[in-house]
Design a protein around this ligand. Structure first.
Ligand SMILES: *[C@@H]1O[C@H](CO)[C@@H](O)[C@H](O)[C@H]1NC(C)=O
Ligand SMILES: *[C@@H]1O[C@H](CO)[C@@H](O)[C@H](O)[C@H]1NC(C)=O
Ligand SMILES: *[C@@H]1O[C@H](CO)[C@@H](O)[C@H](O)[C@H]1NC(C)=O
Ligand SMILES: *[C@@H]1O[C@H](CO)[C@@H](O)[C@H](O)[C@H]1NC(C)=O
Length: 388
């Protein structure tokens, strides 16, 4: 159907635009022998609104978080023996210098607390060192940490910023629904934050992901698709290039930074109908630009991320408003004619009884990321005729 030298496959969702897209995330399938890195916790990095900056005095006169320890807790979805963390400066216009980072289990295995189980404390390193400078717009992944976690358990990350971040444009996730703690001085190794400066805030700052090294039963869906294509004569000499990088870089790398960086900022500030309008506009922009290069563009529908009422893990991305937006965007992807072909990944992975949720066997456990069986289903579904 298409004579291709290259294909761009656009599979994005409002949630995933700025976090790593599970389907197209190189970081997820950064192979390490017979294991690979899988996200077990992510949050959507965004530009923190002025009102969601930390309380004064941590919101200083020229910088935020100068001489500050930020102690934050989060809940990972899957069990692992070895993990690594991601810190984001995606929206910072200048360099973010992180001085020290530790990880540990919080007291009583609870999120939202300030106390630490000291025996579990580990120093987090970056390229072997305790400190790291994250360039403006950038993201870093820590060195692997031998740090066993249980499924759906709480983890505490403490970071100390000697200088803080200059200016007031910082990266975070205001809707953490979890309490974080702030204190002047380096308390990254402390059992508790008890200094007189301690304050709490219900936001996350800079932390954007936890990845686990898990055994590779199989690869991501692009690799599974390639395996299928190689067995099929007409497609046996077509390469599949996984252009995906972690986070929002997928679209920056492939299609130029402007559309998507603008989209991130615009989209995140608003909700519902506005998001929908902007996403549609962005898809149209992408299609125009890709088509201008004579390259066909396939659109993939956004897969479900709803949690059932009985589940003990609620996917933080899920909300009735987002589900409505997902349905509208999927309708656009299926019906608009903007794409040369539509890959209905939603239909493949959703539970026919509850279309807002992944089918149980295709759910890795966090109600957002597909399981290996889910990736296999996507690869099996992919119509190879598109390449003939
Ligand atoms: C933090 O400081 C900035 C710059 O002065 C201001 O715009 C913002 O409203 C302050 N936010 C808080 C929560 O104090
Ligand atoms: C840490 O400090 C908080 C606040 O003072 C207190 O409620 C909590 O019990 C302390 N935890 C530990 C492990 O000392
Ligand atoms: C950082 O804060 C601690 C605790 O308040 C204080 O002892 C120390 O002098 C401060 N360091 C700097 C460089 O301001
Ligand atoms: C922070 O890092 C410095 C060196 O970069 C180190 O000397 C210090 O002990 C660290 N602090 C903690 C609490 O780990």
């Amino acid at each position: 159907m298409f004579q291709l030298r290259s294909i761009f496959l656009i599979a994005l969702s409002c949630a995933h635009l700025v976090s790593s897209h599970p389907l197209l995330n190189r970081a997820n399938y950064d192979k390490a022998g017979d294991s690979h890195w899988v996200n077990i916790w992510t949050t959507m990095p965004q530009l923190v609104e002025p009102a969601n900056l930390p309380p004064i005095p941590f919101n200083g006169s020229t910088a935020v978080f100068g001489n500050t320890t930020i102690r934050q807790t989060l809940q990972v979805s899957l069990a692992a023996q070895e993990i690594r963390i991601r810190l984001s400066n995606a929206f910072g216009p200048n360099e973010l210098k992180i001085t020290n980072v530790t990880i540990g289990l919080p007291e009583r295995q609870r999120v939202g607390v300030s106390g630490l189980q000291t025996k579990t404390l580990k120093t987090v390193t970056f390229n072997g060192g305790p400190d790291v400078d994250i360039p403006n717009g950038g993201m870093v992944v820590s060195d692997p940490i031998k740090f066993p976690v249980k499924a759906q358990s709480a983890v505490m990350i403490s970071m100390y910023l000697a200088e803080g971040q200059h200016g007031f444009a910082i990266t975070g996730h205001p809707g953490s629904r979890t309490t974080s703690y702030l204190a002047f001085g380096d308390w990254t190794g402390a059992k508790n934050l008890t200094d007189s400066s301690v304050q709490s805030t219900d936001h996350w700052y800079f932390v954007s992901g936890v990845e686990a090294r898990l055994p590779s039963k199989s690869s991501g869906w692009p690799d599974l698709l390639l395996a299928r294509m190689q067995k099929h004569e007409p497609t046996s000499n077509i390469a599949v290039l996984n252009q995906a990088a972690g986070g929002n870089r997928i679209l920056q790398d492939g299609l130029g930074p402007n559309v998507i960086s603008r989209l991130d900022r615009d989209v995140l500030a608003q909700s519902g109908a506005e998001i929908e309008k902007k996403l549609v506009a962005a898809y149209e922009q992408i299609a125009t630009r890709v088509h201008a290069l004579g390259i066909p563009l396939f659109g993939a529908t956004i897969t479900p991320f709803g949690s059932s009422a009985s589940s003990d893990y609620v996917q933080p991305y899920s909300s009735p408003e987002r589900e409505k937006t997902r349905q509208q965007i999927n309708k656009f992807i299926r019906q608009s004619g903007v794409f040369d072909a539509v890959l209905d990944f939603d239909r493949v992975l959703r539970d026919p009884q509850v279309p807002s949720q992944l089918l149980k066997q295709y759910d890795i456990g966090d109600h957002l990321h597909p399981s290996v069986a889910g990736y296999q289903a996507l690869a099996d579904y992919f119509p190879l005729g598109l390449f003939e």
